[in-house]
Unconditional design. Structure first.
Length: 748
């Protein structure tokens, strides 16, 4: 027993020593592992900064449509014009330093205070590896490294920046940077940029032009005046000039003069097909793969665009806009998508990309007010939450909405009239405003914004900025967002993300990415049957039943005939097409959006500078709708007539045509044995059970013989009248109404 105890006792210190050794060796093992990782991941294949003086031969990147038609070649000339730093204007050098690296002449390749710490913050707080790059870091990253955003690449960048600073002087580094970095398109280096944008030698640039160029390297595709967002070029130039002022390179007068000075850009070559779309695609590519690979990597890009349809759409937009000059309409834009796949088939960003002024402004990406085109989303929320049905009756009568702390809101219809009792189907079909505002009041602005955002509207962010007028187009949207949102209806309630790229291959033919979708078809001109709703990928936003009801209302020509007539441009002969128009009250934006299960067309007309069009422009008669009609007819001419598929949860019955309630003649105990009826669709379980009974005893004003206000206590009498009521108020159908009757006040 004693011997056994001694053995155990002698073993315990060994165990303690063993643990201490392990704890001691853990940091050593970690250091060794880090060194191994560093050797394999960082030092292996680390390029030498001596290569900064040589340049790789770039290869052409080609962009094709879905049918392999070449749309554009991105090509950088092999022979660059190198410029000595002393031959570059001092304003360009100062602008570059002030914008990209104000401490360039002070640091040793990296800026640990102003740069690296900011990059660390972005990496760990926002999960974004970016920021903190000095001019030296940008040079080695552009010339020697890949565009990937990884920790390993960042470490290589820092090492090479230190190394380069010991091989070259500051002026040599700045000279190489200005000759090496991309300035957009085929412009690599400042001399190529000066020639591309202004048709000048670099030495002849003035301050305004130099500031424009100095702002480009940070994001050449985004800030290019010929890119998808030309308005950002001027904003970036202004920022550069402000930085130059802050760093003491120019005074305030010089800054203001440069900002005000017009920039005369060189006319660009027109050997580009679908230019707005190409610039949009290029921006997407650069975001993912970086400027250098896109500009020089020899990629083959197969896009979703159908160029034959694009040409037809471009010609239609240009022709119709020319007809609208007398109505002060200066521009038009059009987008076609396939909702089941999210493919962008057509993008016409303006009537003429090459027109002087702002022809390259892409309205498809711009924020504009949608007018009544936003209403289907509002009604869809009410139907989806079972607050309303297509038969729910709204009183379209003079109404003011009082919200605490706000000025009373008294909307009017665009025809200046009021239309009495209107069931939802007809209120939406005819685009009456008062019912839409009541629907918004019932849904609530917060819920509307949440649901609209889920459907794809990206700019509705802060509910406190909006009120009830949001349902009449008081917020700003993009054409692409509206295509995505209306695609939810076409997709039976599922949202698909838009895509413009089907395949990307590198210079060796290796597929970098490919869009795979079971509903994808190569030739969209051939007849396409119903998409498989079971295979549409994306989140479900609304029920299939709600999507069906909204789609059915929007294709119902009878439901809109009161305002648009029975033979308007909203009708596509022999085709069922759901369609909604929208015109802002101030006539600055005019929309038409229509869809089938396979195709969706969005059209906008207006003016780039947001000036109003002629007051006589009316939705559905002029403006966007003729363009929409022409393109939709062309798109569907070889397609089968596809109505929205009716889900199992949809049922139908006869309801009273005024109130939308159950018909008395369906109830054997009803005292009133009849009412005019019509057939309506409902989500199962929402068919109205209340029997219509319009006859009521009400207090009326003895003088006006109309319903007495609740506050009135004298000069009234009780009389039997026909009364219709919605969720907010009542209305006497057979009382002697006057045009100047006071509006109904609704307190919210």
């Amino acid at each position: 027993m004693k011997q056994k105890f001694i053995k155990i006792k002698s073993f315990l210190p060994l165990k303690i020593i063993s643990k201490r050794k392990i704890i001691f060796f853990i940091p050593i093992v970690l250091v060794i592992l880090f060194i191994i990782w560093f050797m394999i991941s960082i030092l292996k294949d680390l390029p030498s900064p001596t290569k900064l003086l040589s340049y790789e031969i770039p290869q052409t990147t080609k962009i094709f449509d879905r049918n392999n038609i070449l749309l554009f070649e991105i090509f950088t000339e092999q022979n660059r014009t190198l410029v000595k730093l002393t031959d570059m204007p001092i304003s360009l050098r100062n602008a570059t330093i002030a914008t990209e690296d104000k401490d360039f002449y002070k640091h040793q390749g990296i800026n640990p205070i102003g740069g690296i710490l900011r990059a660390v913050k972005e990496t760990f707080l926002h999960q974004k590896l970016q920021g903190g790059s000095t001019i030296t870091q940008q040079l080695v990253k552009t010339a020697l490294l890949t565009p990937e955003r990884t920790l390993g690449r960042k470490i290589k960048e820092i090492i090479l920046a230190f190394w380069a600073e010991r091989l070259y002087s500051k002026n040599q580094i700045l000279e190489m940077y200005l000759n090496e970095v991309p300035y957009g398109g085929t412009a690599w280096g400042v001399e190529a940029a000066a020639q591309k944008y202004f048709g000048k030698n670099i030495k002849d640039l003035d301050l305004a032009e130099a500031a424009l160029l100095a702002g480009l390297p940070a994001a050449p595709t985004i800030y290019s005046p010929f890119g998808a967002h030309p308005e950002l070029a001027k904003a970036r130039q202004t920022y550069v000039l402000e930085r130059m002022l802050a760093e003491g390179y120019i005074n305030k007068n010089e800054m203001e003069e440069a900002i005000e000075k017009p920039l005369n850009y060189k006319i660009q070559a027109s050997d580009i097909k679908a230019p707005h779309f190409i610039m949009y695609v290029k921006e997407k590519l650069v975001e993912k793969y970086g400027e250098k690979l896109v500009e020089q990597g020899g990629l083959k890009i197969t896009t979703s665009l159908d160029y034959s349809l694009q040409k037809m759409a471009q010609d239609t937009v240009a022709t119709e806009i020319a007809k609208l000059r007398k109505l002060r309409v200066g521009n038009g834009a059009l987008v076609v998508t396939r909702p089941p796949t999210g493919e962008i088939l057509v993008m016409v960003g303006s009537q003429d990309y090459f027109a002087t002024g702002s022809g390259n402004f892409n309205v498809a990406l711009a924020l504009r007010q949608p007018g009544s085109a936003i209403k289907p989303i509002n009604y869809a929320i009410g139907i989806d939450t079972h607050k309303v049905t297509p038969a729910t009756m709204f009183l379209d009568i003079p109404t003011c909405f009082n919200v605490a702390g706000q000025t009373p809101y008294c909307p009017k219809n665009y025809d200046g009239k009021f239309h009495g009792p209107q069931q939802l189907r007809f209120a939406l079909g005819n685009s009456f405003n008062i019912p839409a505002v009541k629907m918004m009041a019932l849904n609530g602005v917060n819920d509307f914004i949440a649901s609209a955002s889920a459907m794809g509207i990206s700019n509705f962010l802060d509910p406190s900025k909006y009120g009830l007028s949001l349902t009449l187009g008081g917020g700003e949207v993009t054409m692409l967002d509206m295509a995505k949102a209306f695609g939810v209806f076409a997709n039976a309630g599922i949202r698909t993300e838009l895509t413009s790229i089907l395949k990307i291959e590198n210079r060796d033919g290796k597929i970098l990415e490919e869009y795979m979708n079971p509903n994808l078809v190569s030739d969209i001109t051939k007849p396409i049957l119903y998409p498989s709703s079971l295979l549409i990928s994306g989140p479900r936003i609304i029920s299939p039943e709600t999507a069906f009801l909204i789609s059915h209302i929007l294709l119902d020509n009878n439901a809109r005939s009161q305002m648009f007539g029975t033979n308007s441009y909203l009708v596509v002969p022999n085709k069922a097409v759901s369609v909604k128009t929208g015109t802002t009250d101030d006539k600055r934006d005019n929309w038409t959006i229509g869809f089938t299960p396979n195709f969706l067309v969005v059209v906008w007309v207006g003016n780039n500078d947001n000036t109003p069009m002629h007051p006589s422009l009316t939705s559905g008669v002029t403006g966007a709708t003729p363009i929409w009609n022409e393109v939709t007819k062309h798109l569907l001419k070889n397609q089968p007539d596809l109505w929205p598929k009716q889900p199992e949860g949809i049922v139908g019955t006869q309801i009273c045509s005024v109130s939308g309630l159950a018909a008395p003649n369906n109830d054997p105990n009803a005292s009133d044995k009849g009412c005019p009826t019509r057939y309506e669709y409902f989500i199962r379980g929402t068919i109205p059970k209340q029997i219509e009974n319009l006859k009521q005893n009400i207090l009326v004003d003895k003088n006006s013989q109309n319903i007495a206000p609740r506050s009135q206590t004298d000069n009234t009498e009780l009389k039997e009248h026909q009364v219709a009521s919605d969720m907010f108020t009542s209305f006497c159908l057979d009382c002697p109404h006057q045009e100047n009757d006071p509006p109904t006040i609704i307190k919210l």
